[in-house]
Design a protein around this ligand. Structure first.
Ligand code: PMP
Length: 418
């Protein structure tokens, strides 16, 4: 490490709490698919802050839209009328066939608001007291880190305990986990206590769990079961949205699926400024009274301008089709490289949302973390978590850079145990 990097890292370690620096790289600037560190070393970004920078770092159209809007009008609190918020609401609901939106800042807040909305809906429509209405999730899901949403994800529930009662991946009948991808597990729970359930919250493809794709027809079956029991389906597209998986939204991989609420964040503004949304059907969204999900900075004019620019880019550059095409190129190149220590390659056919699961059993030295470190030394940033290497490059990356990165990743797999 250079002394430049070392001093930043030391400060970070001394003064920052709760963060998690997977690799000792100090970001200085980034453009497109290239990140530059404080020593001037360049990296191909194959992780994009976990599927946020779908259009690369600092996409000029998004940056310009934000700068121009900031100069003109930078903040309209949700208690006043913000024309850009209305324009975004109109455009995005028409695009996806929904009725209205409510804006927040982070993905976790969108999840939190969706729980609030669902509980009020359950009280009004099903007569369940709001604090008793159950919100169900599945094993290994990730829906954020706020106090209210933490227990939805079983890892967080294990670490921090049950902060909010009646939400989470555990069956209210016997405490077993509701398995992701198993509509049978969900059906069993709803058959027994559907009258107490407000909503089922689900990722269309699990992200942090490492690109877990559910069986074909899962979301449609979930939708049918939930409809039968008058339970809302909330689809968390925070990580999968905006072309990432080869569709504008990942639930669109299945025909005939239309969740009651859709949660958007991350790629919604291309990583330039925070914004998250709950988008939904009228019969649910109209439950909200004015002020019930208000938030000072939510849907600020620059954030709305960024989201409008994202929708332009998504459409004009046919980003989802591009993600599909590049996703195929990446999977084929990985397959051809015949990576040693590879247990499973997930996410084929799901755009640039792929995960390489490593067989750590054979050799204690082969870990995802070591592979990620070796990739970084060789100029490629990948994500890593437990025995998985995650790949989610910008959807705008050039084919040449993509193949170059795959070569580096392959060399790291080959050399890591050596
Ligand atoms: N839902 C999903 C599927 C996520 O991947 C994340 C975080 N990446 C969140 C919710 C929470 O979003 P945020 O970190 O913006 O609060």
């Amino acid at each position: 490490l250079s002394s430049q990097s070392a001093s930043h890292i030391q400060l970070w370690q001394e003064k920052v709490r709760g963060g998690f620096a997977a690799l000792p790289i100090v970001f200085a600037s980034a453009h497109g698919h290239t990140v530059t560190d404080v020593d001037g070393k360049k990296y191909i970004d194959m992780i994009t802050q976990f599927a946020v920078l779908n259009f690369g770092h600092g996409h000029p159209k998004i940056v310009e839209a934000v700068v121009e809007q900031t100069r003109k009008l930078s903040l309209v609190n949700t208690s006043f009328i913000n024309p850009l918020y209305a324009k975004l609401a109109d455009r995005i609901t028409k695009k996806f066939g929904y009725d209205s939106i409510a804006a927040m800042l982070s993905g976790s807040e969108a999840v939190d608001s969706a729980i609030k909305i669902s509980r009020k809906w359950a009280y009004v429509k099903k007569g369940i007291p709001a604090d008793e209405a159950l919100i169900l999730t599945t094993d290994r899901c990730y829906h954020g880190i706020n106090l209210t949403v933490m227990p939805l994800s079983n890892r967080m529930a294990e670490n921090f305990g049950k902060h909010l009662p009646n939400v989470g991946p555990f069956s209210p009948i016997d405490g077993r986990l509701i398995r992701y991808g198993s509509s049978e597990d969900l059906e069993e729970v709803l058959e027994q206590c559907g009258t107490k359930v407000a909503a089922f919250l689900v990722e269309p493809i699990q992200g942090y769990a490492g690109t877990r794709i559910p069986p074909d027809g899962y979301l449609r079956r979930v939708q049918d079961i939930c409809q039968k029991h008058n339970v809302l389906v909330i689809c968390d597209e925070i990580q999968t949205g905006f072309g990432r998986t080869g569709r504008d939204l990942a639930y669109q991989h299945e025909l005939g699926v239309k969740p009651d609420l859709v949660l958007l964040g991350k790629g919604l503004t291309g990583g330039v400024t925070p914004l998250s949304l709950v988008m939904g059907k009228k019969h649910v969204m109209d439950i909200l009274a004015p002020g019930e999900v208000a938030n000072t900075y939510a849907a600020s004019p620059p954030a709305c301008a960024a989201a409008l620019a994202v929708l332009d880019i998504l459409e004009e550059d046919q980003i989802s089709a591009r993600a599909q095409r590049l996703g195929r190129i990446m999977s084929n190149a990985i397959q051809e490289a015949q990576l040693p220590h590879l247990l499973e390659h997930r996410g084929k056919g799901r755009g640039l949302f792929q995960t390489l699961v490593i067989d750590e059993s054979a050799d204690g030295l082969v870990t995802a973390r070591r592979i990620a470190a070796l990739c970084a030394v060789r100029g490629v940033l990948v994500g890593n978590g437990s025995n998985r290497v995650r790949l989610s490059p910008p959807l705008t990356i050039s084919e040449t850079a993509l193949l170059k990165a795959v070569n580096v990743i392959a060399s790291a797999f080959r050399d890591v145990g050596a």
